[in-house]
Write a protein of this length. Structure first.
Length: 102
């Protein structure tokens, strides 16, 4: 397991973790979860195509795929959360204007 698919998955995992750790807002966090979903699929494909197959890595990433898909739902797709994000962003913009006006 040292081919291009593994390198893409490894770099994608690092970028996704960085997006979550950076705490740049719900949308960026949601995109981090979406990237985690993509790299989980890459890890599954890489682990199952290895000789011999690395079943523990495939199972782990299958479960991580489900967890991260839930994160995508929570941060990007859930209609209630979308309304909360829009309202929060409007309140934040108002607060920034008030602070700037002093």
């Amino acid at each position: 397991m040292n081919g291009p698919l593994e390198w893409i998955a490894a770099i994608g995992t690092i970028v996704a973790a960085s997006l979550l750790a950076a705490d740049l807002g719900r949308r960026v966090t949601g995109f981090g979860f979406a990237l985690f979903c993509g790299v989980a699929v890459a890890w599954i494909a890489a682990s199952l195509s290895a000789a011999p197959p690395a079943y523990p890595i495939a199972v782990m990433n299958g479960l991580l795929l489900a967890i991260n898909a839930w994160g995508v739902w929570q941060f990007l797709l859930n209609p209630k959360k979308k309304r909360e994000i829009e309202k929060t962003e409007a309140i934040a913009e108002q607060a920034e204007r008030e602070v700037a006006e002093g």
